[in-house]
Structure formats: C-alpha cells, structure tokens
Design a protein around this ligand. Structure first.
Ligand SMILES: Cc1cc2nc3c(=O)[nH]c(=O)nc-3n(C[C@H](O)[C@H](O)[C@H](O)COP(=O)(O)O)c2cc1C
Ligand code: SF4
Length: 1426
C-alpha cells in the first residue's frame, strides 16, 4: 500500500515532532507508514529515529524503552494482532508523551479498542483534519505529558492537504510544558477538566493552522427534531428539514455538557452512528457517552437515543438518511439501525451462539485471540458431539486430550532436534519453534514454515511424522471453557472443581448475571459459593474478577494475563441482566452499584507474579483502590513526602519501599481474608441510630465480632437504607439510642418515619426479614415519673414496629441503660450471646484478637505530629468535610469541623451531605489586639466566614461558617495579621487568659507579658501548621524529624487551660482552669508573684457520675520568674498521669483527685526541684466585667462595651460590627477582649476621647445601661454550629433574660448583678458551673437548672432541677427572686442567698457535686426524692 495524503501528512508531523517514531508493519507489504517514514528519514535533515517493528510484534516494550523521549510517536494500520499487544502496556504508557496515530481503512473497531485506557482520543475523517489533529495531538502529548490516541482514515489519493512548514513545528510544540512529566496528570480523570486541557492545546493549534478545530462539528437545521451524531468517514452534509448533524472529532474527553450543547430542547430523537462493524460489545463507545449525557440532562421529554452502524461512506445518499430517520421513528429504540452498506471485507469473527449480552465477553475473546481461540465447550460442537459438548467436563476432557497431544508434539520436536541427520534449516526452525511455542503469533508463523519444510524434505523419521500428524497443534492455542453462573452454585458436580484442580493450562470464563439489586431475592436461602476464593485457595490458579461495563481495560488485561498464565485460570465476569431486552443503562447502573459497593470487587490474582517478586494480588476497583490509597497514606505518609519534595521522592520511596511493600501485602491479605469471610455464611446487616456515638460504637463492634465468627457483615446507619432495601435483607440487627424525649437519633429518623408510615398502611412488607433490636438509653435522663416511658423508647418502638410489619424477631429486644453499673454494657452482655446462638455461630472459636477501637490517642500518634491527611482532605473537592480522624487533628490547628444543624434534617432528606463548615479560633494570649489587627479580622469574617465573629470565653476570636475551600486562605490571612490559630483547640495548652483590669495599667502589662511567655513556652513545636497552612514547604525529611519536647507525639490526654487573675476581679474565672495564677502585688504595686491553683475544669456528661466540674485548688506561691516553669511542670505531671484510656476522665481535675492533692503537688515540686512557697492571702469581689469608662493609673482611658454573648455583628439598631470597624480606623490604643465575652476599647489617650465617644454613641456601643442580670450573663454558641449542642444557648439566653429581667425589675433588683450562664450541653464552655444560676442544655427547650455558685467564681453550683422548660424556670425563679429581694442580707449575693434560704446545699468540692443535688427540704425535686 502506498502512502495516501493523510498517511503522508501524519507521518510527516510524527517524524518532525518526535524523537522516536515506532511503526508497526502491516501484514500486507509495504506498510503505508513505512514508505512515508523511510522517505522522510532519507531526507538530508533527518531528525527522528524510526523503528519498524515486524507485524504482530509487541510494540509496548519498545515504546516503554523510549519513554524518556521528549515526544514519542507510534504509527500503525489498525489490526487486532498489532494493537491488542498494546493493551497491557497502556496503563503505563498513558502518562508518557506519546501519540498513537492509528490509521483505519473503514471499520474503527480495532483502533477503538485502545480508547478505554487513554485520556484523549481524536478522530479525523479527512486528510486535512488528520494533519491538523496530528499537530494538536503532538502538542497535547508534549505539553501535558500524556498519551493521545489519534485515529484517522487512510482516505484516497485525491485528497489535498495544506501542510504547516517544517520550521514552525518545533517552536509550536516545544514552547511550554505545563507540568513536570507524570506529575498530577495521571490523577485527572474528570472529563470536564480534561476538556479544558484539550481546549488549550486546540487554541494553540488553531493559531498555527488557521483552521477551526472543534470537538463536535454541527450543521443542518437550527431547531431540529432529530440529531445524528456520526463517528465515521461519511460526510452527511445534507439539508433535511428538522435534522441536524454532528460530526465527532473528539471522542475523549467528551463531557455530558459538550454533548448536550449539540442537543437543543427541540430534539426528540438522537441517532448515534458509528463506523463499527465488529465491535465486541453490545453498546458502542459514542452511544454510551451520548446515552449517559442525555440521561443526566433535564430535557423534557427526554429524547430517544438510538444506536446505528455507519456503512460505506461513498454509497450513502441523502435519501438513505431520510429513510433511516423514518425507520428510526418506527423501530424499537433498542434495535440497531444501519446507514449505508457494510464494508465488503468485513472481518468475520467466529463466535459460538451465546445469549446476546454475554457476547460482550465472548467477542472479546474472539477478537483478542483471532485465529487461535479454542472455546472448548462451544455450542457449535453439539452438531458433531451431541449435547454433552457444552458441559465443562467434556470441555476439560478435550483440553486434557489436546494438551497431552501437544506435549507429544513438543517431545517429537525435541527428539527431532537431537537427530544428527536433520538439515540446518529444519534444525533452526525446530529450535525457533521451541522457543516460541507459547507465543500465539510466532508459534503459528514458525510452525507453518516448519510443517512446509518437513513436508518438503519428506523425512521418514518417526518424530518428523509425528510433528506432521500433530501440525494443527503447532500454533499455541488459547483454550477457554465458558460457563454461566450456575456453575458457581455447585462446584463439585459441574466439573469446575476438576478444572481448577487439574493444573492444566486452561482458562475458565464464568459469567455472573445476577443483578446487584436482586442479589438477595434470587436465592435467599443459599449464598453463592465464591468461585474466585475457592480458586485462590488452590494457590496455583490465576483468578480475576472483572466487569466489562465497569472497566473494559481491566477485562482485557485480565483475559490476556489468564491466557499467558501457564496453568488454570478462572476469570469471573459480571454482567447483570434479567432479560435479553435489559437496556444498556440498567446494566451499567447495576454494574456500577455492584462494583462501587464492593459487592463485586475487581481484582487479579496472578501467582506467576510472586515468582517475579511482585505483588500477586492487584485490586482494580476504585472502591478498594481508594481504601488502599488511604491506608498507604496513613501508614507511610508517602504522598505527603513525595509531594512536598519531588526531588527527594525517589529516595524516600526507596527507603520506604519495604514498608510500602509490607503495607500492600497486609492490605492484600486483609482483603483476601475479608473476601474469604463471605463464603457460605448468612449475611448479617447491622444498622444503627446514634447521636453521640455510643450506639454507633456498639454496632460497629458487633459487626466486627460477627465477621470474626465468619459472618458476612455490613454496618451502616439506619437512614442509609430504605424500607424496600430493608425488605430484601435476610438478617438485620438494629442498635439505636434515644435522643431527645424518646426520639430516634438524627441518623435513624428517616427510616423510623418510613417504617411508621408502612405500618400505618398495614403492610407486611418485611415478612422475609429476621431481626433483633438492641436499645441504648438512660433510665434517669428524664427523671420524673411521668416521663418514665421515654426510657429506651426508640429501641422499644422499633422492635414493635418491625414485628408489626411482618418481620420475624429472632432474638428478643435487648436494652442497655447508662445507669447500670457497667452502663449499657450490662444489658449488652446478656443480649449478644443470644444473637450468636440464634445465628448458629456461638460455637465458632474466635481466635483473633478484637481490633482495638481507634481512639484519639491512636490518631495523635499516627498523625506525624499533627499532619494526618489534612492536606489530602483539603484537596478533595468531592466533599465539604475532612476525614473524621483529621477533624480531631485540625483542632490542634485551631479548627473545628461543624455543620449547620438548622438544616441538617432538610439536607439529609435531599440526600446531600450536611452543610459542613469550619470554626476557626485565633490564639491571642491575654486577648489584646491592635486596631490594625481588628480591621483585618473583621475583613476575614466577611471574606471567609459568615460575616460575623465572636469574642469567646477564652478571650479570643472565633470565626464561624468558613467552608473548606476558604480554610487555608483564612488561616493565611490570620497569620498575615500577625496572629495564629495554633493550639487554640486540641489536647494542648489553649489560649492563656488574663484579667483585663483596665484601671491597673502597669499590673496588666506585667501579667499580660507573663501570659504571653506561658503561651509561647507551651506551644506545640510541630512544623505541620506552617507546612499545611502557610505553604512553608519543609523538606520532607525534616517534617519527619519534628519533635515535641514538652508534649511528645501523644500530646496531652485532654485540653489544658491556664488563666492569670488580678484580684480583686476574677473575670477570668481562675478556678475553672487547669492552672491558675492569682497575681500577688508588692508594696510598689508591681507584680511579685502568684498564688498557683490547679485542677479546675468544667466539662461534665449528663447522668455520668464519674464526671463532675471542679474548682481549682490552691497549691502555693511562686515568683514571676518561676511561673512559666510551674505551668510547664504541672502540665508534665498531667501529661504522664492523665487517664488516656477514657477521655471523659482525662482532665487534670480527675488526675488530681485520683492522685490526691498532696501527691500531685509533690510530683510537681519534684520536677521543679523546689517546693512552692505557702500561698499568700488574696481576695476577689466579682467575676464579671466593669462596664463603661475607666481611667487607668497611667492616665489612659478604657471603655468596656457590652457585647451580648460576644457576637460581633450588625443587627437592626445595633451596628456593632460597623461601629467597631469605625473605631478601629481611628483608634491608636488597643482592643482588649474579656473572658466574659465583652470588649474593651483600651488605652485611649485623652485627646482621642471625643472621637471615640462620638463613634461609640453613634453606633450605640456606649449603652451599658442594661440590667444587672443581663450584664452578668453569658452563653456559649450552641446551635446552629456546635456539633455537641443539645439545646439552644446563645440564641435563647437573651430571650430568657427578657423574661427574668421583668421579675427582677418588679422586685426592685434591676441593677443588681446576678451571674446567670447558659450552655447548650454539659461541656460547659461558658463556665456554667460557677454561675449563681445556670442552665445546661439536655434536649431542645429543656435544661438542667443549677443554683448556688459563688458570686466571684469561688464556689461551684449544684443541680437544682434535672430538667426544666421555660415556664418551669419562670415559675421557680419568680418566687425565689422576690424572696431574695425581700430577705437578703446587706451585700448578700444571690448564690449565697439560695444556700442560706435552704433551696440548695453548697458544693464544697467537685467530687461531692452530686451529693444533695435536686434541692433541699421542701424545695427538693420529687423525682430525686423518689
Ligand atoms: C439529648 C439527649 C436526649 C436523651 N433522651 C433520652 C430518652 O428520651 N430516653 C432514654 O432512654 N435515653 C435518652 N438519652 C440517653 C441516651 O440515649 C444514652 O446516653 C445513649 O447511650 C446515647 O447513645 P448515643 O451516644 O449513641 O447517642 C438521651 C441523651 C441525650 C444526649
Ligand atoms: S457548651 Fe456545649 S453546646 Fe455550648 S459551645 Fe460548648 S460544646 Fe457547644
């Protein structure tokens, strides 16, 4: 064949653009490319080096050898024996700069086989297009370091091509390279992103060639009813009314939006014509793309999409097209249409008669092994051998016979080789054949030569005779037995067992057609044996699990590996369909479900690889691959290391090689074990409903234990399943807690509602399901007698509902109670054994150790000093969240993941993930910032957060509503303001707080300096913060050398808080902190030292009496110089003695009570090396702020504004945010935050006073005339952002105060301060346990009410009522406040009064907090008394 204009043009570009051109020769000589390339190579300015490979040779190896070339081009005329070799290498080649130019004469089938493994596929119909596309493909391949497939037609001699001058090609191609070879390119799989890459290369090419290059070329009617997509040579350039034509020039990437751009709303029918005559699958590539795009569109009505074959272009007329359109209208949509006659020289592929869908696989075999495929149980044999011919036993018998005969043939060849009389020519052929006897192509070619030569010689040697008799076996055959999934049910009888055990070189292809969604109903009583596992157990068997509609490339790879494997191979092929008419989309959907859910994992198990020292288990499905990736990332932090320092990556990977290999091996082994567990066991589904995580833990542990007993177990939330899906399950165990008053937890409410609805209809939809329920509850959560029915209500209701729906309760309801000695475990221990017994696995011996649950301690130590996989999580655009373990780590970086709880239910109903956002807390020791910093923080709230920010009880700022995408820039902006967020949360020392004391300027300065020193000294030293957020790219090796001299890699057992108080004001609530420094002043008014306290802490868990709040204990006195060291040593004693097994018991307060105060103090002093001096006298008079103007001793003025609950925002009539912004613009002093969430405009010079006063007045910031109650109040954030909130707090306290204020006013107490605090949960962020009156959220609208705290934070309060609602609060407080007004002593505070008046007992120490709770005498709560 001489070179056509298109072949010449493409050869020229390939030649001029590349360093190497690899050309596969065609069977017909001379090869079209060879002639063109030879001509170019013989020109005086020859450039590229050209390699011509013989027909049928494997070009992949040659290409890979030259992979480092700047640009590599491959040319070939499409032929299966040439291109199929490439399939195995494409995954490796896809990230090299290689262009595959494949010429076709008519049918595109052979060329398109390559498309599934490559990111870019261009198609050229004309010679000019081929020329332009060759340039585009070369530029794309070079600039993006990627492989590109360019398919073009050989065309005819008459075509003309306008070519670009040779000297313009190199500058065009090699001007710029986007990214280093093989960097991120591999990971881009999103077709829209790939399209952008294509477009940028296309623009550059257009500029060069001055001709349009478009992915789809549309012409014809403007408002069509029918669109014809054509992939093929025919130019359908007709004007037919209502019909538009789309010529496809880019087959990949082809995102749905591009396809839909060619389908206007007027379209009712889409016809996809492809020039594919012997495509091996039922659905063709372009058709699948178009169908799925249309399916995703919102076109109404959805156009019908039909597939058709495009025949010989030259014979198609306008009337043929019109007829096709008419036919399409009446044909069944699934019928294959045809336009134009089929090409005369169509390759005929012998295929046995098999069901239509199953041909997908058999055609692949026929194509891959053209001329050497042996289907041993082909139905065609029935005619000669009878019905038995299709049985596996028969097939195996044939294989055995043939293989034995081939062994005889090999023996005869060897014998003849030893014959001294044999000619040199024959001797050479014999030895060549022996070397190539297993190579399909070469053994055939040499075999033929050998047989001809032997015939010619007419040798009488018995060996030569034998060879001639067995000459049909000279070519290596690919032997296949094909079976349906019936085989998988009964291995022994079917003969499959024999095939596997035979160790013969035979391949078995087993089709499983059971659709995923009907998997349980098909054969509910009998689980299918897992053939793959069975075969793997045999050791020397190649096993692959494939699904053609999930990964075509993987099927091809598996089949080719099976063929090469010298021994039995089993290829499991998934093809879910019900009938021959099952539509394509259905099969695609079912396949996707099965593969994505892990039901049908894709893998290859190749024992031959072990001999090569390679992994023998390859997991090919994404689902498992992702897990593997995560596993590796966590184990080795490989990606982190390689990304941050590409130049040292090789070295690192090298040194980590062993770990990596081991990790992979472990993973493969684990997956294998997981798969093993699915053999022959009843599937167990565990569903849970849990708000706080307890029920979830129980459910997950139950699932693990089930697995260890050999059960195939899945675990998920109740809401992850519909009633219909539930009805298909066999054995389901529910574990649910109760949240709210008898309500189901959030993640189980949808299913609970759906079950109620089904029950109301009287349906018995669950009559094939067996179930058991375990409920977790707290019999004392709602302590009143009338609320007793709330106890474990969710579990009880669910149990009754399931039975009502016809399900069979196979184990009675189990109940766990938080109040039992061992908590819910007490009830659980009685229930679990019943479950195993009922499932028949109670006797299974569990030898494996139960995996330890992953705790925060594990997460910390595995995090490489707080790195985890945060970077990967930030890059993951598929979710607004971070990985759960990373959310524990980001706390150390000052970041909390939250979600908008107001819309959580609604989003769940819509099936979308919660509205995740992040809270960022700034580290700002002592709460002082400059006006410039204020302005920047204000801007950060607007640009990255929800437009507001909050002053917190730890004297710092908090931003809410920062979405993941903004996290990094927000942190960077905070750092730009010379602040940071490191250690603002997490198990480390948090923000150090200091009394604001505006009047005592000098003292404040000294205390503030001290606080800063403590904060800096106790900061974590990890460089992860800078690396992750500030892009301070440390060399990966350094990253691993991080040390934490104070914390170690486990950090602290729990959070740690330090406060510095300057008497007489205890505005920092020094006793609520782990360490407190109470300033002691010398005669000159200078800071002399501190009384040190330790062991304060607020957090409690409702009804868990092992938890309690504690006020710090005074340890002694230290000097200012000793202070930092004292803080450090207290922290170290806690680090080494705190309880790391139970986070609820981990704070310093519990450590001190466990060790005893004296022992604890001794331990601290031992580390210090000296004893603390005896404490000096001190006294406080309040713990609230002094509002309004105060002049300090240095003459500077300070104004304390009242910012209700610390929220800086603009509200109607209260534009505080804008007002403070205005102040910051002119203010020359500082801003000071108070630990009561208020703000001081501090250090105002006298001359600035009028301006500041004016602005304060303008924005009503000077209003401090609120009631004493309001000024003394504070609330935590709670809803909507805090994930732990059980009730409203910040949004509700002001409303409650409105009402309580009235009582105060009526009693003449408007200006009297009563410290009232509220939190949304018992965690205690607003320090409620030190308030005179406190409310702690239990459930929406319901709070625990506490009374009796000391006015200056010196005494804990106590629970007065375990659950109250607003009317009850008002009913309690009304008479109490009135009596207080009447009966209080001079200067007596409310907290003291309620004790003296006999409402509540005083709390003398934290451990005794629960003693006498519930009120005293006549005020005692009835439930508590009972
Ligand atoms: C807000 C809230 C409301 C609760 N309401 C009930 C209830 O009505 N009945 C009950 O038996 N237990 C109730 N409990 C107790 C929990 O069900 C119990 O502590 C359970 O172990 C928590 O499991 P979880 O962490 O999986 O949500 C409630 C707990 C909370 C936090
Ligand atoms: S007290 Fe509870 S609800 Fe309030 S902010 Fe703290 S954790 Fe959230």
């Amino acid at each position: 064949m001489s070179a056509s204009p298109s072949v010449s043009a493409v050869s020229r570009i390939a030649y001029l653009a590349s360093d190497f051109v690899v050309n596969s020769l065609s069977p017909a000589a001379p090869s079209p490319f060879q002639a063109a390339l030879n001509k170019l190579a013989s020109s005086p300015d020859s450039r590229a080096s050209v390699t011509n490979l013989p027909f049928g040779a494997d070009a992949g190896d040659t290409l890979l050898r030259h992979r480092s070339a700047r640009l590599l081009s491959y040319t070939a005329l499409a032929h299966p024996q040439v291109l199929n070799h490439l399939l195995l290498h494409l995954p490796e080649l896809s990230s090299t700069s290689t262009v595959f130019h494949v010429a076709v004469t008519s049918d595109l089938s052979d060329a398109l086989v390559l498309q599934s493994s490559l990111p870019f596929v261009l198609y050229s119909r004309t010679a000019q297009q081929a020329h332009d596309h060759a340039l585009l493909a070369s530029r794309l391949a070079f600039v993006e370091s990627t492989a590109v497939l360019h398919i073009f037609h050989v065309g005819d001699e008459t075509e003309t091509v306008e070519e670009v001058e040779a000297d313009r090609i190199a500058p065009f191609l090699f001007a710029e390279r986007q990214s280093p070879r093989g960097s991120d390119q591999k990971s881009i799989t999103d077709s829209a992103a790939l399209l952008k890459i294509y477009q940028s290369a296309a623009f550059a090419t257009v500029a060069l060639v001055r001709r349009a290059l478009r992915p789809l070329i549309q012409h014809g009617a403007s408002e069509p009813h029918t669109v014809l997509f054509t992939l093929g040579q025919a130019a359908l350039d007709y004007e037919i009314e209502g019909v538009s034509f789309v010529d496809v020039a880019l087959l990949k990437p082809l995102p749905p939006s591009t396809i839909l751009g060619a389908v206007s709303p007027s379209v009712t029918r889409v016809i996809v014509l492809e020039q594919l005559h012997h495509w091996s699958m039922k659905w063709t590539p372009l058709y699948l793309e178009v169908v799925s795009a249309i399916q995703q569109s919102e076109l109404d009505p959805t156009p019908v999409v039909q597939s058709g074959i495009l025949g010989d272009a030259s014979a198609i007329t306008e009337s043929d097209v019109a007829t096709l359109i008419e036919k399409a209208a009446t044909a069944v949509p699934s019928a294959r249409l045809a336009l134009g006659p089929a090409p005369s020289a169509q390759a005929s592929v012998p295929a046995p008669h098999v069901p239509k869908h199953e041909a997908a696989y058999t055609k692949i075999l026929a194509n891959l092994f053209t001329g050497r495929l042996d289907v041993l149980n082909s139905p065609e044999l029935i005619a000669s051998q009878g019905e038995v011919a299709t049985t596996p036993e028969f097939a195996l018998g044939r294989a055995r016979g043939e293989l034995e005969e081939r062994e005889e043939l090999v023996a005869a060849v060897r014998e003849l080789l030893r014959d001294p009389n044999v000619s040199i020519e024959i001797h050479s052929l014999l030895s060549r054949w022996l070397g190539a006897k297993d190579d399909g192509v070469k053994s055939k070619q040499i075999g033929e030569e050998l047989a001809t030569a032997l015939e010619g010689e007419k040798s009488s040697s018995p060996a030569a005779q034998k060879i001639l008799i067995l000459r049909r076996l000279l070519p290596a055959r690919s032997r296949w037995i094909i079976g349906s999934d019936a085989w998988a049910y009964d291995l022994g009888a079917s003969g499959l067992h024999h095939a596997i055990a035979s160790r013969l070189n035979v391949n078995v292809l087993i089709l499983d057609t059971t659709p995923y969604s009907t998997r349980n109903s098909v054969d509910p009583h009998r689980r299918k044996q897992d053939v793959g596992l069975y075969a793997m157990n045999h050791g020397d068997v190649f096993v692959a699990s494939t699904a053609v509609y999930s990964s075509y490339a993987q099927v091809l790879q598996a089949i080719m590996e099976a063929d090469r494997y010298d021994g039995p191979s089993v290829v499991l092929a998934y093809l879910p369909y019900n009938t021959e008419q099952t539509p394509a989309l259905e099969i695609l959907k079912e396949t996707k479900l099965a593969v994505d859910s892990g039901y049908w994992p894709l893998y290859r198990w190749n024992p031959a690889k072990e001999r090569e020292g390679k992994e023998l288990f390859s997991l090919d499905s994404d689902f498992v691959k992702n897990e593997l990736q995560q596993f590796l990332d966590r184990q080795n932090h490989l990606s982190q290391l390689t990304r941050s320092a590409p130049e040292v990556a090789a070295e690192l990977v090298g040194s980590l090689g062993e770990n990596l290999k081991q990790a992979r091996k472990m993973r493969a082994q684990q997956t294998y074990l997981d798969l093993l567990q699915t053999i022959d066991a009843p599937p167990l589904t565990v569903l849970y409903g849990s708000d706080g995580g307890k029920a979830e833990k129980v459910a997950k542990r139950l699932a693990t234990r089930g697995k260890m007993r050999g059960l195939s177990t899945t675990v998920a939330t109740m809401d992850s399943i519909s009633v219909d899906d539930l009805a298909r399950e066999e054995v389901v165990v529910f574990v649910t807690s109760v949240a709210g008053q008898g309500e189901f937890p959030q993640n189980s409410r949808t299913l609970a509602k759906a079950l109620n609805a089904a029950a109301a209809k009287g349906d018995k939809v669950l009559n094939t399901v067996r179930f058991s329920v375990f409920g977790l509850g707290d019999s004392h959560y709602w302590p009143r007698a009338e609320d007793a029915h709330y106890y474990n209500k969710a579990g009880k209701d669910l149990d009754a509902r399931l039975a009502q729906l016809g399900a069979e309760r196979f184990v009675p309801l189990g109940l766990g109670d938080d109040q039992d000695a061992d908590g819910p475990e007490t009830g659980y221990k009685a229930w679990e054994p019943l479950l195993w017994k009922a499932l028949g696995v109670d006797a299974v011996e569990v030898t494996e150790k139960e995996p330890e649950p992953i705790t925060n301690e594990h997460i910390k130590v595995a995090s490489q000093y707080l790195r985890g996989t945060i970077v990967e999580g930030l890059a993951d655009e598929s979710t607004g969240a971070l990985a759960p373990s990373d959310t524990q780590l980001t706390k150390f970086h000052g970041i909390y993941q939250q979600d908008d709880r107001d819309i959580r239910d609604e989003r769940q109903a819509q099936g979308v993930e919660p509205a995740y956002s992040f809270m960022i807390r700034v580290r700002m020791p002592g709460g002082v910032c400059s006006p410039e910093q204020w302005l920047l923080l204000d801007q950060i709230a607007d640009e990255h957060g929800n437009g507001t920010f909050k002053v917190t009880t730890r004297q710092t700022f908090q931003f809410h509503g920062v979405i993941k995408r903004h996290l990094k820039s927000a942190i960077q902006d905070i750092n730009r303001a010379l602040l940071d967020t490191l250690a603002a949360c997490g198990d480390v020392n948090r923000n150090v707080i200091v009394s604001t004391v505006p009047s005592l300027s000098k003292l404040h300065r000294q205390a503030f300096d001290f606080a800063r020193k403590v904060s800096e000294h106790l900061l974590p030293r990890t460089s992860a913060y800078h690396e992750i957020w500030l892009d301070k790219k440390l060399v990966a090796g350094d990253a691993l050398k991080d040390v934490e001299p104070l914390y170690g890699e486990f950090y602290l057992p729990r959070k740690f808080k330090v406060a510095v108080a300057i008497p007489p004001n205890n505005d920092v609530d020094v006793f609520a902190n782990d360490v407190g420094f109470i300033a002691v002043v010398d005669k000159n008014g200078d800071l002399a030292g501190f009384n040190v306290t330790a062991g304060g802490g607020m957090g409690v868990t409702h009804a868990n009496k092992k938890t309690y709040p504690r006020a710090g204990s005074v340890l002694g006195f230290c000097t200012v110089a000793q202070g930092v060291e004292v803080a450090e040593k207290i922290m170290l004693v806690q680090r080494d003695n705190g309880n790391r097994a139970d986070r609820k018991n981990a704070r310093l307060k519990y450590t001190i009570d466990r060790m005893g105060l004296d022992n604890f103090k001794a331990a601290v002093e031992q580390l210090l090396g000296y004893q603390l001096a005896p404490a000096r006298p001190f006294s406080f008079d309040k713990n609230i702020d002094d509002f309004g103007w105060i002049t300090g001793e240095d003459g500077k003025h300070h104004f304390t504004c009242f910012i209700e609950n610390g929220r800086i925002q603009d509200e109607p009539e209260k534009d505080f945010k804008t007002g403070l912004q205005e102040i910051a613009k002119v203010h020359k002093g500082t801003f000071r935050l108070t630990a009561n969430q208020h703000l001081i405009v501090a250090d105002v010079a006298t001359e600035e006073l009028p301006t500041i006063k004016r602005i304060l007045a303008e924005y009503k910031l000077d209003n401090v005339s609120q009631s004493g109650l309001r000024l003394s109040s504070s609330a935590c954030v709670a809803f909507p952002t805090c994930g732990l909130a059980m009730a409203e707090s910040e949004r509700y306290l002001p409303i409650l105060i409105d009402k309580v204020e009235k009582i105060c006013e009526e009693s003449g107490l408007r200006n009297d301060s009563i410290v009232m605090r509220m939190t949304g949960c018992p965690n205690g962020c607003a320090r409620p346990y030190l308030a005179e009156i406190a409310f702690v959220g239990k459930a929406p609208g319901t709070y625990a009410m506490l009374l009796g705290g000391g006015y200056y934070g010196q005494r804990l309060n106590k629970i007065y009522r375990e659950s109250v609602t607003e009317p009850e609060i008002l009913a309690i407080l009304g008479p109490m406040i009135q009596r207080f007004a009447r009966e209080r002593h001079q200067g007596e505070h409310f907290g003291d009064f309620v004790i003296r008046a006999g409402y509540i007992a005083p709390t003398t120490e934290g451990k005794l907090w629960y003693d006498r709770m519930g009120g005293e005498g006549q005020y005692r709560e009835i439930a508590v008394a009972a």
